[in-house]
Design a protein around this ligand. Sequence first.
Ligand code: AMP
Ligand code: GLY
Length: 425
Amino acid sequence: MQILLLGSGGREHALAWKLAQSKRCTQLFIAPGNAGTPAHGQNVALNPLDFDAVGRFVLDNQIDMVVVGPEEPLVRGIWDYFQADARLQHIAVIGPSKAGAVLEGSKGWAKQFMQRHKIPTAAYREFNAGQLEEGLEYLAQHSLPIVLKADGLAAGKGVVICQSRAEAQEELRDMLGGKFGDASARVVVEEFLSGIEFSVFVLTDGKTYRILPEAKDYKRIGEGDKGPNTGGMGAVSPVPFVDADLWEKVEQRIIVPTVKGLRKEKIPYKGFIFFGLIRVGTDPYVIEYNCRMGDPETEVVIPRLKNDLVQLLDNCARGTLGRVKIRQDRRAATTIFLVSGGYPGDYAKGKVISGLDAVKGSLAFHAGTSEKNGEVLTAGGRVLALTSYGKDFRAALRKSRRNAKAVQFEGKYFRRDIGKDLEAF
Ligand code: AMP
Ligand code: GLY
């Protein structure tokens, strides 16, 4: 099978690593990829958002399957673009239709969907610019803290947790006033849930679903979960507090009604669903849906998946996921991200990365890297994810930390406390 993988992050490097291991993968292209992905396929200079160019490449190279890494092409309708073209219709696109990607593309729509299908989530109200006064009044009565979310995609910056009503009112004014452009033309105001977060992934063919290994992601830049949010600084799988009782609730209260809800509403969905969950007391609630795999979660979830990924995705595309049994590696997997100094604020690019050949006992998944004259350079905020296996997360983390020290670039930073909170379980 000829495969085109769209994206350029650590998630895509991990997917490329796994896809290339399949005997069924005859050729793998990654668009645009990074300095790590050529180890598993061929990078192509294609913009995943330029659907005409993607379509032409697919036809010219007899691609059988397109695996979409990030959300943006999905939210903009790449699946529908393929469906609308007679020459492209038969090609498997792993990822939902535009109507399905709204689960991530509109937080307001996702909240309504959860209400329709009685899926547990924080109580909320939604406001648009014409409802500013109403919104301000609502906030004046709200319990603290208050969570404000821009409805649309805002590059991971659209969620603000306010500790006072005045701060929330100012934030609502800013958001409805265009702080995130169109993405904050509508704002979801929701109740703050206090608990511990975890990420659950399923692959669905629109009829049934298969559950992949779960993970916990570390979003804040600073140790002790302090400071601004990032794309993710590290991840651990499995998650020790996700026991059989919690799994049962997640599956029956959240996964089943989500997949059934999509089907009932006739929303085409053949791809990954990422459930951002929080355990409050002993019950799971949905914080958010994503229409793709997580990053850095993929860097620990995919290494723990023993199935042939091409076979699995082919079953997904053909609607035969029901035949598949998921096999998980019993070992733990952990990843630690090396990031550029200053991230998630401003940071320098183009720093030479050294010590990659000193990495032993970990997989080095590239994210923000590029290659120039045989040197690997930093090219983004999140640079490299060091994934390790271990008999438990502690053993795996020791290896990830050791290798995080071995790789060097100017301004390198990583969290040394990934997984520390899990010691309590
Ligand atoms: P997001 O940008 O959608 O990934 O959300 C960022 C983070 O905001 C989440 O990972 C949670 O830590 C936090 N968050 C979002 N909604 C809530 C909520 N209702 N209660 C508590 N924390 C929340
Ligand atoms: N790790 C969170 C995300 O991928 O959105």
